[in-house]
Write a protein that binds this ligand. Structure first.
Ligand SMILES: Nc1ncnc2c1ncn2[C@@H]1O[C@H](COP(=O)(O)OP(=O)(O)OP(=O)(O)O)[C@@H](O)[C@H]1O
Ligand SMILES: [Mg+2]
Length: 422
């Protein structure tokens, strides 16, 4: 085994400690002190020490002093470094610092058989039997705020869902299949319904897949975390990076995890270079692990469902594979109504819907914004406010090329039949 040494924690160690914490657990029982408590202590520079071997962080112990009592919030050890005295060395280094900070009693509270129990006994700590730990937590507490920040999570607003206009069929399906079982887990359970864990949304660009994913998180009140595969390559390759990010996400109580353009990491393996085989395999494994826990949903979006590895779409990984198509005429009418309402116009939305075949919500938004901007400029130029007319919209529509050609629409309809699973 390589040389190792104990040293003081420094802020640069934070990410490595979080990662180590994920690898260290030896029991499935949740820790008493949450990861967010641990991170808060580390950031407050409470007494904490780490063990470094070969430049890698393989152990960490985090404490906090409260009056004359100190708590050992965490003892984390890399699995390869157990039973080598590392934990005991960590603990005595931590204990020294806690005593220096004024602690007269040093205490730890661990689930049975959790990492650190041996080190505690070896360091002269006595287990007190016959105690019961009582706890009452807020329903949706200040959960893992720091992990959330690290993952770039956002809390989408609930009203995002209401703002999604048209698309009534998709909305209804997504609400029934995804939102309602996740929002009512007991009722779902009483019906033998297993809440969904992972879904694929597919369809042409700009149909609202990303927006739907955010709106679902908003409805559930869950944090929305987007995983960007392109940003993970620096961490020892994409496969490793993906696995790690999934582990970090696993620390959260609730989360909607979103992967856009998933075909880039889950493309057909047979056509792919060997490196991407590893990536698809890692993603498949991560999804299986992700499915093990309650209170989370993975949403993957793609414009090219046909390019996905067949193994990716197989039953057991994704509960649903949902088409999100270009809006039909009534949906376009609703979208136009939504976007024109704010401009004070009496534009004929039925005419606009007819003229905008092949337009996606994104296209319609683009046109509506351009027309609104012109009207705004006209008011400034003329000093007189004239709301945009139906013709203004029609002119802008004719200047815009629809995203979805007839051929794409046909292809999508075929794919909806072939791949769709709702
Ligand atoms: N139902 C809707 N009502 C109103 N606006 C919408 C709707 N759906 C999408 N939009 C708007 O259209 C734009 C594009 O939507 P979004 O990015 O969600 O599409 P997408 O399907 O994810 O596209 P891509 O495949 O290119 O990633 C956004 O600005 C969004 O606000
Ligand atoms: Mg998108």
């Amino acid at each position: 085994m390589a040389e190792w040494h104990v040293r003081e924690f420094t802020p640069d160690d934070l990410e490595a400690v979080v990662r180590l914490d994920g690898e260290s657990a030896t029991t499935d029982l949740p820790a008493v002190f949450r990861l967010s408590d641990v991170i808060a202590a580390l950031q407050a520079r409470d007494p904490s020490v780490v063990v470094v071997a070969d430049g890698h962080l393989v152990g960490a112990a985090v404490g906090r002093v409260v009056g004359d009592r100190a708590w050992v919030l965490r003892i984390a050890l890399h699995p390869a470094w157990r039973n080598l005295g590392v934990g005991t060395a960590l603990l005595s280094a931590l204990e020294r610092r806690l005593r220096d900070a004024g602690a007269r009693i040093v205490a730890a509270l661990l689930p049975e058989e959790e990492t650190g129990a041996t080190a505690l006994v070896n360091s002269g700590f006595r287990a007190r039997r016959g105690l019961t730990y009582f706890e009452k937590s807020e329903a949706v507490g200040a959960q893992s705020t720091t992990v959330l920040a690290m993952l770039g999570a956002v809390m989408p607003e609930a009203r995002l869902w209401e703002q999604l206009t048209g698309m009534a069929d998709e909305k209804r399906l997504i609400e029934r299949r995804l939102v309602l079982p996740l929002a009512n887990p007991e009722l779902a359970d009483a019906h033998g319904v297993e809440p969904p864990r992972a879904v694929v949304l597919f369809g042409p660009p700009g149909t609202g897949k990303s927006t739907f994913a955010k709106a679902v998180a908003g409805r559930l009140g869950w944090p929305f975390v987007e995983l960007f595969p392109s940003r993970l390559t620096s961490e020892n390759g994409l496969a490793t990076g993906l696995g790690r990010r999934f582990e970090e996400v696993a620390q959260l109580d609730h989360v909607l995890l979103f992967i856009d353009e998933v075909e880039e990491v889950a493309g057909t393996r047979s056509l792919a270079a060997p490196a991407s085989v590893a990536v698809v395999n890692e993603l498949l494994k991560s999804i299986v692990r992700f499915r093990d826990r309650d209170g989370r949903l993975l949403v993957c979006a793609t414009n090219s469902v046909a390019a996905l590895d067949p193994a990716f779409l197989r039953h057991g990984r994704f509960d649903y594979v949902m088409p999100v198509g270009p809006p039909d005429s009534p949906a376009r009418d609703a979208l136009w109504t939504g976007y024109t309402a704010k401009t004070g116009t009496a534009a004929d939305t039925a005419v606009l819907a007819e003229a905008s075949e092949g337009f996606t919500p994104a296209d319609i938004r683009q046109v509506a914004m351009a027309v609104a901007q012109s009207a705004f400029e006209r008011t400034l130029d003329t000093g007189q406010r004239t709301p945009p007319s139906t013709q203004d919209y029609l002119d802008a529509i004719h200047r815009t090329r629809p995203t979805v050609s007839e051929e794409m629409a046909r292809e999508f309809a075929d794919q909806a039949v072939h791949y769709g699973r709702v």
